[in-house]
Ligand binder design. Structure first.
Ligand SMILES: [Zn+2]
Ligand SMILES: [Zn+2]
Length: 344
């Protein structure tokens, strides 16, 4: 991710969930001492050495778990992802944040590709997905986030996709988020030596709503602000809280944990922010997991007891930069949390 005053890049944020393995040394630009290090951290160190003066930050995390505020803080997102699921997550975050994103990809058929998505101007990534694509990537939110199998593509294809992304980035930086670029796909076919340029069409029946959030800051501190405090913001005009709900777009709340030993206990925390101390089973010492039936994407005011209302936002796993949505019927208000705890 790149940020700063264009056209000069001043800040680079590298986000990746993986760790370098011995296998990467043979195929990627990795030194033996990097094995075991998060890829984001190792790469950030290298880039700092190559380009002194560039601010480079590394985040070792899944794209689904970072605060939406991170996307709102950058000018463009460059993605090199390995699954449709991860691409859908970046697509959602980039559109909510109103930030252009470039989707790079390779296939073992000898193809390297980049596609340009510009929120507010045309198609999104999901516009090109069909039912079969969703079916092949159906992952229940209670499932562990396993890495998809490697595409087995040669390293030069990845380098070509990166070069195509760099070329489109350069165009975006000089032209700005020109609607003429929206949906453009550049495909390099290395087996037939062809360069194909096409366009993804916006689809009316796209599963994703393409909405760019209008986000306001919510100051006051995550420890001092309770669930009840933010739900009251949905009472406009003032009145009952019927139909008011709190959600964190793109994220799920866990309401119950279960262990293989049969133990279970209630919990109320964002699924992606459950840390080992929350997950320890008190009966057998094993690791508890969120239960699928007890995952929810929203907390309905009408269903929350007094204890849940008194919970601070910090205790739900919310951190500074997270965006919360208060919804009442068709109306929604979005707030970015400030003055909170930084990401763990
Ligand atoms: Zn779409
Ligand atoms: Zn147990």
């Amino acid at each position: 991710m790149l940020a700063g005053k264009l056209p000069r890049v001043r800040r680079l944020i590298i986000l990746d969930r993986d760790v370098y393995t011995a296998g990467n040394v043979a195929t990627q630009f990795v030194r033996p001492e990097h094995v075991g290090l998060p890829k984001a951290v190792a790469l950030a160190g290298e880039i700092r050495r190559w380009i002194p003066g560039l601010r480079v930050d590394a985040i070792h995390a899944q794209v689904e778990s970072v605060p939406l505020g991170l996307f709102r803080s950058v000018d463009v997102v460059l993605a090199a992802l390995d699954s449709k699921r991860a691409r859908c997550a970046v697509n959602e975050a980039a559109f909510r944040a109103g930030v252009p994103w470039l989707d790079g990809g390779v296939s073992n058929l000898g193809l390297a590709r980049v596609t340009v998505f510009i929120p507010g101007a045309g198609p999104c990534y999901e516009c090109q997905l069909g039912e079969a694509d969703y079916a092949s990537e159906t992952v229940f939110p209670c499932a562990p986030a396993d890495a998809p199998p490697s595409s087995q593509s040669p390293a030069y294809l990845g380098a070509m996709a990166a070069a195509l992304e760099a070329a489109e980035l350069s165009r975006l930086m000089t032209q700005g988020p020109d609607p003429a670029l929206a949906g453009r796909e550049v495909l390099l076919d290395c087996t037939s030596h062809r360069l194909l340029v096409s366009r993804v069409r916006a689809r009316r029946d796209c599963r994703f709503d393409h909405e760019i959030f209008r986000v306001r800051p919510l100051n006051g501190g995550l420890r001092g602000t309770t669930v009840g405090d933010v739900l009251r913001r949905g009472r406009r005009p003032p009145g009952a809280e019927n139909g008011v709900a709190l959600s964190v777009p793109g994220k799920w709340f866990a309401r119950r944990l279960a262990c293989a030993c049969g133990a279970s206990r209630p919990v109320l925390r964002l699924k992606d922010r459950l840390q080992p101390p929350h997950l320890a089973c008190r009966r057998c010492g094993g690791v508890m997991r969120p239960v699928g039936f007890d995952l929810t994407d929203r907390l309905e005011a009408a269903a929350l007891g007094p204890a849940a209302r008194r919970r601070s936002l910090a205790s739900l796993g919310l951190v500074a930069g997270d965006v919360i949505t208060i919804r009442r019927g068709a109306r929604a208000w979005h707030y970015e949390l400030r003055n909170g705890e930084p990401m763990p």
